[in-house]
Design a protein around this ligand. Sequence first.
Ligand SMILES: *[C@@H]1O[C@H](CO)[C@@H](O)[C@H](O)[C@H]1NC(C)=O
Ligand SMILES: *[C@@H]1O[C@H](CO)[C@@H](O)[C@H](O)[C@H]1NC(C)=O
Ligand SMILES: *[C@@H]1O[C@H](CO)[C@@H](O)[C@H](O)[C@H]1NC(C)=O
Length: 353
Amino acid sequence: MRVISSCDALLSVYYPQIFLILTSGSYLALSSVVALGANIICNKIPGLAPRQRAICQSRPDAIIVIGEGAQMGINECQYQFRYGRWNCSALGEKTVFGQELRVGSKEAAFTYAITAAGVAHAVAAACSHGNLSHCGCDGEKQGYHDQQEGWRWGGCSTDVKYGVELSRRFVDAREVKKNARRLMNLHNNEAGRKVLEERMKLECKCHGVSGSCTTKTCWTTLPKFREVGYALKERYGTALQVEVVRATRLRQPSFLRLKQSHGYIKPTEMDLVYLERSPNYCEEDVATGSAGTRGRFCNHTSPHTDACHLMCCGRGHDTRQDTRVWQCNCKFQWCCFVKCNTCSENMQVFTCK
Ligand SMILES: *[C@@H]1O[C@H](CO)[C@@H](O)[C@H](O)[C@H]1NC(C)=O
Ligand SMILES: *[C@@H]1O[C@H](CO)[C@@H](O)[C@H](O)[C@H]1NC(C)=O
Ligand SMILES: *[C@@H]1O[C@H](CO)[C@@H](O)[C@H](O)[C@H]1NC(C)=O
């Protein structure tokens, strides 16, 4: 394991609600967290809410996994929106440390949901791998279950509930202000986790002479995170605009209802919800979380929204020649190295004006 000698290797990037721990390499060994001491690390991470700092100090091993889960969520977000004018980075990158962006758009909804789901996914996976000290396989799913159907729980069922619970405790702890955005964020965090739970899979294995399935053992496993990404992207497409209802005497935001609905129709648990219509993301505007599309790559022949006329919002684009270089024709040589050629290709690249 690599040991980090200095705290400066910890670089944290603050997103509206989450933070990511990135190390100058890529992997922060658990032993080094222990060696450095939880106090030092937890105090070095800017923008943690008090309850998050407390979790960090009591569970320093979990904090690494939480950071990786949040990063996985952001990576998936960038993948899902790779053709979009909004490419998932803007809501975060423009954020100053410790300062929240007041954006209540659909895109913010997606960011929150996928991050909360990423944290739950990563924690549950780490539990099954025996990587975290307070959790393991799902204890409820052990021993006989369904005599009639002839199968029983066996193997290691992923304890998704544990992941969801830690995500709830940690990610949701950022929402300290009692305002409409809080209700929106909490709803979307929960929707992300619900979509993950709904996608849990049952895997089974047959036992018996020569492949006959006289008995079966089954266990639950996590879906690939990509699948969660697609499911949430679909939810993003049907996200609902909501408004806040102030039902208490103090007129504090109490719950959300669908905008332009008569009566009090609430969104369902798995709906993504937003408060404000999105900008078109053509021009840079910090207030709406738009980074604009100047300098973005576009593609002349693409059928997606990365087509130049769509991506560049009618401003036109620049064209230049670029050489792409990569390793190719790699062959394994006895023993033991891999030999590759270098291939290159001249290509035109287009960037938005
Ligand atoms: C568990 O820890 C090992 C190294 O200690 C790491 O390589 C692996 O990716 C971790 N697995 C999960 C699911 O966190
Ligand atoms: C997203 O767009 C911004 C500018 O609009 C650009 O700086 C950034 O590199 C893009 N990120 C990705 C992951 O493509
Ligand atoms: C541009 O879009 C076309 C059509 O989808 C695709 O085949 C091509 O690989 C894309 N080019 C680049 C550079 O991404």
